[in-house]
Design a protein around this ligand. Structure first.
Ligand code: FES
Ligand code: FES
Length: 171
């Protein structure tokens, strides 16, 4: 057993005794009831299970949770899909996914929300040239599998959010 303390969506959790082999996915879903984080392939291949890690240097990245021990998140600050809406209002990116009908079953959606938000956060700090935007979005979402094949609509939704605020996201 190891003590786990982690900040999730701005709220501190722990210290909690957890088994060393407990995955972060099971910790979120079974210990905390945060079932928005999905379990798909269980092999770090589909990325439906990713959460956002907010690093001390102000940058963010996503990480799978299905095969990663919960204890490896000790001391970290993470965001899950439950953390994007504010006061019952969806984030701009979530709204765009709805407007574009990007998802059908929705199993992959939490992963796309988290990945797309990391991209938006990154571009807000380091804007990209318009001519590089399509490639930038494609690379950011690469690896996220959608069995309902929403890839184009996810891409278009992310692009719409960026183009709606070019002064923020584009160089
Ligand atoms: S469930 Fe984690 S990558 Fe597929
Ligand atoms: S919406 Fe069903 S897997 Fe993507």
């Amino acid at each position: 057993m190891t003590k786990l303390s982690v900040t999730i969506n701005g709220r501190a959790h722990g210290p909690t005794d957890v088994r060393d082999a407990l995955t972060m996915n099971d910790y979120l879903r079974e210990y905390l009831g945060l079932t928005g984080t999905k379990f798909g392939c269980g092999a770090a291949q589909c990325l439906s299970c990713v959460v956002i890690i907010d690093k001390p240097d102000g940058t963010s990245e996503t990480s799978p949770t299905c095969i990663v021990p919960a204890v490896s998140f000790n001391g970290k600050s993470i965001r899950t899909v439950e953390g994007h809406a504010r006061n019952g209002e969806l984030s701009q990116l979530q709204e765009a996914f709805v407007e574009h009908f990007s998802f059908q079953c929705g199993y992959c959606t939490a992963g796309f929300v988290n990945e797309g938000q990391v991209l938006l956060d990154r571009l807000a700090k380091k804007p990209v040239a318009r001519e590089d935007l399509e490639k930038t979005i494609t690379e950011a979402l690469d690896g996220h599998l959608c069995r309902c094949t929403g890839y184009v609509k996810y891409h278009e939704a992310v692009r719409d959010v960026i183009l709606a605020d070019p002064g923020r996201y584009l160089a």
